[in-house]
Design a binder for this molecule. Structure first.
Ligand code: CA
Length: 400
């Protein structure tokens, strides 16, 4: 063989190797911190059990056409086989096509420094700090198509009400969702890990120095076929399970009667022990909790996470979009760092801080007609079964 051709082949192979072994990612996360700010308790049902939403590692392999992510959990991935959900008595396998059902992994990717989105999916009660605001979000969910459809419907309603967290028109909303959110469908589940593929077409670029990622787990409720409104909740908990006061049976709990809700973020990815609890702890008063403000970790040096500057809620959520404007005193207060080895407990706000409780706005009312219409459209798209349709329809009508 011609030496020059052989050299060329060698160089191309070497380049391919360097590319493939390039800006990969490997972040470990502490074991046992699937408790949000430190106090979240799992429901009293075996659909979700302690350790199953506990992320212990997130890795990413960069390939020529995209990135294979792998999320490893502390406990084995629970299969939907021979299980029924919280709604009705249908077997989960009737409408789930992947070998997992009880966890979402949400990754908010910051590609361009100091610009981008600070909101996260509805019902998470979490924001991304503006220093690592995101351009692309990857939402791994057991029902990717249904989640995408529910979110799009939710945002269409929000747009009409002027409460959309981003700027677009009704005509361009679908393409906005396509451009900014990706719901993986190439998924491989092994004993304790879920691998999923994100194409380069969506990402637009390969990982670079500017990249940061904010990743966290939320509990997935695969039988939640509609964005049913829960009383007192600011946003509908789309395809997730809220964290309510005390020790509820069917949802996650705060473990305290006087704390009536908490962000739905169960485990936030960060290799530094104690950082998650510190960043997620929030001043609370009269049982009213505030959203979590999370910060992205650098893709290239994920161990070097920096605590962000405190930020006021007004900077995260445009005041015009708030039903109740927050008081000026209610700015983000950085709690003191916990001592190593101590059990992290929620810190009560100091009296002199005078943190005004920020009452969540009244839940938006969706008319039964709108919900029935959305339900019918989910059925027509084949996203729910006829049986699911009938059950939810009966429930909506019974609420009239
Ligand atoms: Ca963890």
């Amino acid at each position: 063989m011609n030496t020059r051709i052989a050299t060329l082949i060698f160089l191309m192979t070497a380049a391919g190797y360097l590319w493939a072994s390039g800006p990969n990612l490997n972040v470990t996360d502490p074991v046992g911190d699937d408790h949000g700010a430190g106090y979240i308790v799992y429901p009293g049902t075996d659909l979700w059990e302690k350790g199953e939403l506990d992320l212990v590692n997130l890795s990413a392999e960069v390939e020529t056409d995209g990135i294979w992510f792998e999320a490893e959990f502390h406990k084995p991935i629970k299969s939907p086989d021979n299980r029924v959900g919280t709604f009705g008595d249908e077997e989960l396998t009737q409408f789930l096509r992947y070998e997992f059902f009880n966890v979402n992994l949400e990754i908010y990717l910051d590609q361009v420094p100091e610009s981008g989105n600070t909101w996260t999916l509805p019902g998470r009660q979490a924001y991304i700090h503006p220093t690592t605001a995101w351009e692309k979000a990857i939402i791994l969910s057991p029902r990717p198509r249904v989640l995408k459809s529910q979110l799009t419907s939710h945002w269409k309603r929000a747009l009409k009400k002027g409460s959309l967290p981003f700027q677009t028109t009704l005509k361009e909303l679908d393409s906005y969702v396509e451009d900014h959110l990706y719901f993986p469908t190439r998924i491989k589940v092994s004993k304790r890990a879920i691998r999923f593929f994100v194409p380069l077409d969506f990402l637009g670029e390969t990982p670079g120095n500017a990249w940061h990622l904010t990743a966290f787990t939320t509990a997935a409720n695969p039988t939640q076929s509609l964005s049913l409104k829960l009383p007192g909740k600011q946003e509908s908990p789309i395809m997730t399970v809220p964290v309510e006061g005390g020790w509820p049976r069917d949802t996650f709990g705060t473990g305290e009667e006087d704390l009536d809700s908490a962000p739905a973020v169960i485990d936030y990815l960060c290799s530094e022990s104690g950082f998650q609890e510190r960043i997620m702890r929030q001043p609370s008063d009269m049982g009213i909790s505030r959203p979590a403000v999370l910060v992205g970790i650098p893709w290239m040096t994920p161990e070097k996470v920096k605590a962000p500057e405190p930020i006021s809620m007004e900077k995260l959520q445009p005041a015009a979009k708030l039903a109740t404007p927050p008081s000026p005193e209610a700015s983000f207060v950085q709690p003191p760092a916990p001592q190593p080895g101590t059990d992290v407990k929620r810190v009560k706000p100091l009296k002199e801080q005078k943190v005004e409780p920020q009452r969540p706005p009244r839940p938006e009312k969706t008319s039964a007609a709108e919900r029935l219409k959305e339900l019918k459209s989910l059925l027509d798209q084949g996203l729910i079964t006829k049986e699911e349709y009938e059950k939810i329809r009966t429930r909506i009508l019974s609420e009239l």
